[in-house]
Design a protein around this ligand. Structure first.
Ligand code: HEC
Length: 274
């Protein structure tokens, strides 16, 4: 009687190989999460550059009832000076007598220099998913890009800059809402996570520096550039608090708190985020 070759011989060897490949794939998956893989594939081609280019066009284009460009907009370093301006915002502005972040200052310039209506400019500051980026988003991306490599120096000189920081810090630690959350509930300790997302400790310079230096960011999961105002409003939504109004003093104070803590770090925005 002819014995058939063991029907297990081939599959066993094959299985061993398959396991080895699967094990390798697993270790690789752990070593390179999808975002770092995506980053590696894009190399220097951050899709945020498209928004930066569009923002540059808008910055230079005469628009609005006054048919003026934003070239005369003073972001704190003198009219039209963009280099390093974002790395030193929020700050006090003498012409408004208030502390402003980049996004609220851009609104101010669009209203005063171009004659656009404030309500119109601020009606929808963030783009819907899948829709074109808003003017404010691309302008923010463009101006932020002019601070790449600049050292973050958010000023603490005038009394209202000091007050803004103190209010921002206070807000960061104040618990409220149906869950009794503060920003610190999620961002107040090292190594915290929600599902797979790491929650940076924003009470320490390292966490605040990385956060401040990297926003605005091209958010891969949205396929769009998102700004610091968006980032904060989304976190306030996660706290189940009433909506954080665009450009509100609370939003600027929180940015001031993060910016002061981040001072000394190097700006690298728009970056790429999850
Ligand atoms: C319920 C938890 C939760 C609360 C409360 C919360 N956040 Fe967040 N925060 C997150 C999550 C989740 C992310 C995104 C992490 C990711 O995408 O990987 C995030 C990201 C951030 C980032 C960007 C960090 C970076 O390096 O990109 C900032 C800045 C931030 N939060 C600020 C705040 C502030 C200010 C508050 C309070 C107003 C707050 N968060 C409250 C969950 C929270």
């Amino acid at each position: 009687m002819q014995t058939r070759p063991s029907s297990h011989a081939l599959p066993r060897a094959w299985l061993r190989k398959a396991f080895a490949i699967a094990a390798l794939a697993c270790t690789e998956a752990i070593a390179t999460d999808p975002l770092s893989e995506y980053r590696r594939m894009l190399a220097d081609d951050n899709p945020a550059e498209l928004a930066v280019a569009r923002g540059e066009e808008l910055w230079k284009m005469p628009r609005g009832p006054k048919n003026a460009s934003l070239a005369g907009c003073d972001l704190g370093k003198g009219p039209g000076v963009l280099s390093g301006a974002y790395a030193a915002l929020p700050r006090h502005f003498a012409d408004t007598g208030s502390v402003m972040d980049l996004e609220s200052r851009l609104v101010h310039c669009m209203v005063t220099i171009q004659g656009l209506a404030r309500a119109e400019v601020t009606a929808a500051p963030f783009s819907e998913r899948g829709a074109a980026q808003t003017d404010l988003e691309v302008l923010t991306a463009y101006v932020a890009a002019q601070s790449r490599g600049a050292t973050i120096r958010v000023p603490q000189q005038s009394q209202d800059e000091l007050d803004s920081y103190a209010r921002g810090r206070d807000l960061f630690f104040r618990r409220a809402g149906p869950y009794d959350f503060s920003c610190a509930s999620c961002h107040g300790a090292d190594g915290q996570r929600i599902r797979l997302q790491e929650l940076p400790n924003l009470t320490r310079p390292e966490g605040a520096r990385s956060a401040f230096a990297h926003w605005p960011a091209y958010r891969v999961s949205h396929g769009a550039v998102r700004t610091m105002q968006w980032r904060l409003s989304d976190c306030v939504r996660q706290e189940r608090l009433p909506e954080l109004l665009f450009g509100s003093p609370a939003s600027i104070d929180l940015t001031m708190y993060l910016g002061v803590l981040a001072s000394g770090a190097t700006m690298d925005a728009p970056s790429l985020r999850r």
